[in-house]
Design a protein around this ligand. Sequence first.
Ligand code: ADP
Ligand code: MG
Length: 212
Amino acid sequence: MSSIAFSSLHLKPAMLKNLASLGYAAMTPIQAHSLPPILASKDLIARAKTGSGKTAAFGIGLLSRLDTTALQLQALVLCPTRELADQVAKELRRLARFTENIRVLTVCGGVPFGPQLGSLEHGAHVVVGTPGRLLDHLRRGSLDLSSLQTLVLDEADRMLDMGFQDDIRSLIAAAPARRQTLLFSATYPDSIADMSAAMQQTPVEVSVDEDH
Ligand code: ADP
Ligand code: MG
């Protein structure tokens, strides 16, 4: 596939400026295939190998939908590990560099609970975290998913391998039924198809094998 510039998408000027400043000129193949349906608010299953630029694919999508005038939690990204959540949050902050006042918070297990309570109370537009700890916060009332617009499952196959399926289902039960759900995975076993059927509405399926 020949390279396609980000400027061919209907992105806000601030986002195009962010992308240019990062040196992202052309979309990677998974971005070129997934961004049009993502920006059209469709549900999506995207399969592409590690290093193909999946974070920016969902990141540009969820950041483009944010209403920054309200400090409400509008996007939740579920990741299998704290290290991956930190990487995703870092990339989201880079993508939001010139967009004013976007608050991205990480909420993961393996770190003290107390400081997370204060951060969540202060509020965020985007939370990136691991399912178990997020469910702890949901159950004690410190996480409110009622204004969620976009839910992302990043590395969904790994989250299933790690046994997060029930935690993910419990989190989703607390999110609005009307939302965009984006599922990213490196592989596509039957368990991913089952998970998609339980949480997505007529998802667009995108699969990329080539290198970028
Ligand atoms: P994945 O989640 O698919 O493993 P990442 O989202 O971590 O991949 O991206 C891999 C690398 O590619 C990152 O260093 C990121 O900054 C870079 N990258 C992403 N999109 C682009 C792009 N359009 N142009 C150039 N580099 C990009
Ligand atoms: Mg990734």
